[in-house]
Design a binder for this molecule. Structure first.
Ligand SMILES: [Zn+2]
Length: 76
């Protein structure tokens, strides 16, 4: 059996992780929020949803797409 070496982060490791996490939070603070899950994402699709493919996201896209199609038919 192979042994998995125990990971003991040093204070320096923890500090580095903290800095990276803060930078990520900072860079995302101006990003728009997904209308489905509320997660900030740099890129939202034209339905205002992030790139997740959960059922909720798929249903949201399908709903708005159906609405779009109806609107387009009406405007013709
Ligand atoms: Zn989302």
């Amino acid at each position: 059996m192979s042994e998995i070496p125990e990971y003991n982060p040093t204070d320096l490791d923890r500090a580095a992780v903290q800095i990276v996490l803060e930078r990520i939070t900072e860079s995302q603070s101006s990003a728009p929020e997904c209308v489905v899950c509320g997660q900030r994402a740099n890129i939202l699709d034209r339905f205002g949803a992030c790139s997740k493919t959960t059922t909720a996201h798929q249903e949201h896209r399908a709903e708005l797409e159906a609405e779009e199609n109806i609107m387009q038919k009406r405007s013709r």
